[in-house]
Ligand binder design. Structure first.
Ligand code: SF4
Length: 125
């Protein structure tokens, strides 16, 4: 049987890799070769650390939990289309200047689009 800390790390990695779809607790333990008892303990521990959330789900007539990551690792893809990267005003833009992120329409639109996509993805799960 793997050590619990190893199991926690592997479980968290698997849950994060499944993204917004989440993963059934029973499926996860099967993949990791853990018992359901050990798996439940690990899931509760990960939830207690604020790393995942568990949602009760009826699957094939039995209640189980679907596990979702609370956070995803940062990715360069997330900012690849940030308007600041190609902005002609970038060198003159700062919080204390006339051209500022605080009043930038391009940046605000981009942030709102990301927020909408994020909310849509969370709504799908
Ligand atoms: S905040 Fe706006 S003005 Fe400033 S660099 Fe980004 S896109 Fe350009």
């Amino acid at each position: 049987m793997p050590k619990r800390s190893d199991l926690e790390q592997k479980a968290l990695q698997f849950i994060v890799n499944n993204g917004y779809d989440g993963v059934l607790q029973s499926e996860l333990w099967r993949k990791l070769g853990a018992s359901s008892r050990e798996g439940s303990r690990v899931a509760i521990k990960l939830e207690g650390k604020g790393l995942i959330r568990r949602e009760k789900e009826l699957c094939s007539g039995r209640w189980t939990y679907r596990l979702y990551p609370k956070r995803f690792p940062a990715s360069i893809d997330l900012i690849a289309d940030c308007p600041c990267l190609m902005c002609a005003d970038n060198a003159r833009c700062s919080s204390w200047a006339t051209i500022s992120p605080q009043n930038c329409e391009k940046l605000t639109k981009w942030l709102l689009r990301i927020a909408e996509e994020e909310n849509g993805a969370l709504g799908d799960s």
